[in-house]
Design a binder for this molecule. Structure first.
Ligand code: MHO
Length: 237
């Protein structure tokens, strides 16, 4: 007798009712990118739902003062730290999003909290970023790009209430996927939902991806409605 004969075939309905596990952890080799481009809530959503991005967290970096916090960030800037799969998205693609989604632009000087900033993690990233800025400058002339490019130093994670800010506004959903303080900084599905809820990447991509995120049917339906309502809208508040 063949062993598989004992395995009960499941009906489609039974399959649909298998409890889903939200996909918090993804073990894929990754590289880091760090950008400052305005209030970090917006870019957390933008990159979080971008293809190839695995995780995001927001924080303070680029300055020299010790232990920055939101109420006292010294000379640091609000930045997003992105873990991305370089096989799915290139640093250049991330830079395209960077140049095209500044809250306050990158030709007008603004307080350091919201300045335009690229913090590179490797020599290769530095070269790509410099070349990208030079190219962008040609497009923008006679306006002068003031984006700074510097080596990524210490990153200070922001307070939990700033992480996945849009998702945290949907407390039942956040609870439903089992979001904990630690997962706010590291969860794959949280990063994705934090973007999708404000319409980033749109319905087609959400529909393609929803199944692998391990959401329940109700959760998919809930998020889907927000994607439809918000797609094509802005990311900043
Ligand atoms: N415009 C936002 C800024 C928040 S932020 C994390 C506010 O209304 O507070 O810089």
């Amino acid at each position: 007798m063949v062993a598989t004969e004992h395995i009960k075939k499941r009906t489609a309905e039974e399959l649909e009712n298998i409890p889903q596990q939200p996909l918090h952890q993804v073990d894929i080799p990754f590289e880091k990118a760090t950008f400052g481009m305005g209030c970090f809530w917006g870019c957390d959503s933008l990159f979080g739902a971008t293809k190839g991005v695995l995780r995001t967290r927001v924080g303070y970096a680029g300055g020299t003062t010790e232990c920055p916090v939101y109420k006292n960030m010294g000379d640091h800037t609000e930045v997003i730290e992105i873990d991305y799969d370089p096989k799915k998205i290139s640093y250049n693609d991330l830079l395209d999003l960077f140049w095209n989604n500044h809250e306050y632009g990158f030709t007008t000087r603004i307080k350091r909290q919201y300045m335009s900033l690229i913090l590179y993690h490797t020599e290769e990233q530095r070269q790509i970023a410099e070349a990208s800025r030079a190219e962008e400058q040609i497009k923008r002339a006679p306006e002068q790009i003031i984006t700074e490019i510097a080596v990524a130093g210490k990153f200070y994670p922001a307070e939990n209430y700033h992480q996945k800010y849009r998702l945290q506004g949907h407390s039942d959903l956040a609870k439903g996927i089992g979001l904990t303080p630690d997962l706010l900084h590291s969860s794959h599905v949280a990063a994705r939902l934090n973007g999708y809820l404000i319409g980033v990447s749109g319905l087609e991509q959400f529909d393609e991806e929803a199944e692998v995120l391990g959401l329940s049917k109700d959760q998919v339906q809930y998020v889907r409605e927000y994607v439809i309502e918000n797609q094509g809208g802005g990311i900043f508040c």
